[in-house]
Design a protein. Structure first.
Length: 220
């Protein structure tokens, strides 16, 4: 069980995590020095060590191997999806509504989500949380089932990325028994399967279903 806490450095942790959890292309790998420079400002020693371990892991790999491992971790199985609403809603109309609600939350806070990425993509959610901590914290809390299930799946996979999810989940309030029971059911049964494919989600201009693109903001 991870320790739960809130801290003044949480927006920085969100910004660092948003970098570390992105596909490690040339741009992301080029930002690792900035991440390393920002790490001393993370007050919690355990979180600082978790984030540093992932940064060191990526820095120590050839770029092609870092990319290959990322794809194997996140793109080959939905059990480790970076799209947080999938865990609760699967490929259903309910997920489409959840995606639209997320886009509305971004816009209400003054941020336009990029057209090339779904609004529940974890690194994008973390960028939003770093820029708008209040609304971002609410979004992360609403997507908590996805965060916790992704965290558990990464630990089962013995992935170095699991430590980043430990740091993120440890900064959310402690869950109640009903919430934990719901996560166990989702882990055992998987998400619902009302619809398959993208059609129920609406047109691309509403849901951002264009090919994956860069984020709206740079960091950390």
């Amino acid at each position: 069980m991870i320790r739960r806490r809130a801290a003044a450095d949480t927006p920085l942790v969100h910004r660092i995590a948003s970098v570390l959890l992105r596909y490690p292309d040339e741009t992301v790998l080029g930002r690792l020095d900035d991440v390393t420079a920002a790490l001393p400002a993370v007050a919690d020693r355990a979180d600082r060590a978790r984030l540093a371990a992932v940064c060191d892991h990526l820095s120590g790999l050839p770029p092609t191997e870092a990319a290959q491992r990322y794809v194997e971790t996140f793109d080959h199985t939905r059990r480790r999806s970076m799209h947080l609403t999938y865990y609760r809603h699967g490929d259903t109309r309910a997920r489409g509504m959840a995606l639209l609600a997320l886009k509305h939350a971004y816009r209400q806070a003054g941020h336009e989500p990029p057209a090339g990425e779904l609004p529940d993509f974890l690194p994008l959610v973390l960028e939003f949380a770093a820029l708008s901590p209040g609304p971002g914290h609410r979004v992360l809390s609403q997507c908590r089932a996805g965060l916790e299930l992704l965290r558990l799946a990464l630990h089962e996979h013995s992935s170095p990325y699991a430590g980043v999810l430990d740091a993120l989940c440890g900064r959310l309030p402690a869950p109640g028994r009903a919430e934990r029971d719901a996560w166990r059911r989702l882990a055992a049964e998987g998400p619902p399967g009302e619809e398959v494919g993208l059609e129920p989600f609406g047109p691309p201009e509403q849901t951002g279903l264009e090919p994956r693109g860069a984020s709206a903001k740079e960091g950390p």
